[in-house]
Structures are given as C-alpha cells and as structure tokens.
Design a protein around this ligand. Structure first.
Ligand code: TUI
Length: 309
C-alpha cells in the first residue's frame, strides 16, 4: 500500500518521532487525537514502563498509535516481544537493525516501520517485510546517521517499493511539500513537537528550542552513535570527553542520564537537549493540533502541482 493515511488509519500522513523520555502516552495521544500517528518512545526504559504507557494511551485516545523501540537499549528484545502480547498494531524502530525481530512482528500482523539512515539498510528491511520506512536525515535531533534528508530521500525512494516517510528538518508545510517532491509519502516530526503545550518536558527545554537559531545545534555522542543536541556547556564538555577517549558505554550512559536532566529538570548547563537543526524555525509554543493543522492545511492543493515531477 502506497498511502500512509490508509495504511495507518490516520488523517494526516505524519508520524511523531519516538523521542526517548519525551514521547510518553501524554504526547503520543495528543498527536493521535490531532490526526497523526502518536508513538510511545521506549528509549532506555524497561518493558514494564512501556507496557504501562500502552495501557495509559488506550485510555487517552481511540485513534491509532504505535511504539518506537530504541534498538541500542538492553530492554529492546523484551519490549519487542511484549508488543505482540499487548496487540500493539504499529512499531517503529531506531538506532539499529530491526531485521532480527521482524519475522515475529509480521507473523503477529503488525505494521513495521523502521527508521533507517541509508539506502543499504532500507533495502534490507524492505526484503525482511517492512511496510514502510522512515528515512531520517542528519538534520534531526538525537541519534543520527551521516546523510542529509535532501540527499537521502530520493535515493531511497528509487531503491525501494514501499512508502518512504521523510524525517529530519521538517517543521512546516514547506518541509512537507519538499518531502513529497523528493518522493516521500509522509513525514515524521520531532523538534517542532517539543515546542507544544502538550509536550511533557521542562519549560526550559521548550524555551531553548524556541530561542535557538539555525546554528545552535551540535553533534556530540560516541563516534558510532552521534547525537545532535542544542549547544550548551554539557555538549562542549561531552565533545572534549570523546576526544579524551572515554568508552562507548560511559558516553552512552552520560547521554541518557543527561537527557533526563534536560527533560525533567530543565538543567541548562548539564542537560542534553536533543533537538534538530530546524529548531531555528520554531518560534512559538502551540498546541499539537495547531502544529498539525498548520502543516497540512491545503497541502493536497499544493501537492497536486507536484504531479509534474
Ligand atoms: O534513534 C533515533 N534517535 C534517537 S535514539 C536516542 S537515545 C540514545 N542514547 C544514546 C545513544 C544513542 C541513542 C536519541 N535519539 N533516530 C533514528 C535513527 N536510527 N537514527 C539513526 C538510526 C540508525 C542508525 C543505524 C538506524 C539503524 C542503524 O543501523 C546500523 C546497523 O546496525 O546496520
């Protein structure tokens, strides 16, 4: 099926990013209720936390939702199994290769949409039965690959037959239309949702996103798992720690620990404020519904003019 709205049973072809510690039932239900696909982001949390969030979201919306599994997490395989038991319909994955889990998910009739950073992995997950893919460019916040959205989307759209959903650097109607022009059938958004009333993060985090300019994010994180954040004291000392040869585990723990400091405490100096390059375009705090309506209002009208492509 080549239509994201029909595949997922949603009003707008938009999926919420599975942002660790941020994409709770609260945010995800707001996105689903506004016409997109809300996601519970498992992040580094354990299976019981994720199950609890699934039970919560079912009380908050009767619309479709999904769960994002961060595959670097030690809990990933337990969560993968739990989603089948809980009859979750849609799973997205990030930060790793989901192929080992896909046979079981497809057997359970789940819709599987991996986030991938390259043509090679896109082709591998298509072969393993993915229903669509999210191609995320390095403009995105959090853990990123090496390619930009602009360069990657058309290459992946040409390489696979399943629908491609563009991610990284999309925050308004122009980003949506550009994604369609590049061959995508939908978009995933994260950064623009940080600046919403419903987003359950500290007010300092929202303010940092709203105040950020185009050049205010930098890439930190271990070399094999680079992470884009808003530049602050923490980010700079992190980059220095990498240079001094800290271990991968040490760096990964620091990333997840400092993300919590950002999300819950709004700790400006020591928090890891994951956000994408498009932060510079985000100028105010709105409701999730305002963000989605604004992004997709009359988009079909403009989309028709893309048929010449
Ligand atoms: O996963 C994300 N964004 C994230 S995850 C996260 S939590 C974290 N904390 C510490 C270290 C690392 C992560 C914060 N933000 N986005 C989706 C995404 N997936 N971006 C890149 C990838 C990816 C990278 C490599 C997907 C697959 C992949 O495969 C490599 C392989 O094994 O072939």
């Amino acid at each position: 099926m080549n239509n994201i709205n029909k595949l997922l049973g949603i009003k707008y072809p938009v999926i919420q990013g599975g942002m660790a510690n941020i994409a709770t039932a609260e945010l995800a239900s707001s996105v689903s209720n506004a016409g997109g696909l809300g996601l519970i982001g498992a992040g580094g949390n354990d299976v019981n936390w994720v199950r609890d969030q699934i039970h919560k979201i079912r009380k908050l919306t009767d619309k479709p939702f999904g769960v994002n599994i961060m595959l670097m997490s030690p809990h990933a395989s337990d969560i993968a199994q739990m989603l089948i038991e809980e009859n979750v319909k849609v799973v997205t994955t990030g930060a790793g290769n989901p192929v080992p889990y896909m046979e079981a998910w497809k057997k359970a009739n789940m819709i599987v949409i991996p986030v991938i950073p390259s043509v090679k992995l896109a082709m591998r997950v298509e072969k393993a039965g993915a229903d669509a893919i999210i191609a995320e460019g390095m403009e995105a916040g959090g853990h990123i690959g090496k390619l930009t959205t602009m360069a990657m989307i058309p290459q992946i759209a040409d390489a696979v037959n399943i629908p491609v959903i563009a991610a990284g650097g999309i925050a308004d109607k122009r980003g949506v239309l550009a994604s369609f022009a590049l061959g995508a059938k939908g978009v995933q958004i994260g950064t623009v949702l940080l600046a919403t009333k419903e987003c359950p993060i500290h007010e300092n985090y929202k303010k940092l996103v709203v105040d950020a300019t185009d050049t205010d994010t930098i890439i930190t994180g271990p070399e094999k798992a680079p992470v884009r954040v808003i530049k602050n004291q923490m980010a700079v000392s992190y980059v220095n720690l990498i240079k001094s040869g800290a271990s991968f585990e040490e760096l990964e723990n620091l990333t997840l620990g400092s993300l919590k400091k950002a999300v819950y405490e709004g700790n400006i100096e020591n928090g890891s404020f994951m956000a994408g390059q498009i932060s510079g375009l985000v100028k105010e705090i709105r409701t999730v519904k305002e963000v989605l309506d604004d992004m997709f209002l009359e988009v079909d009208k403009y989309k028709d003019s893309l048929h010449v492509l």
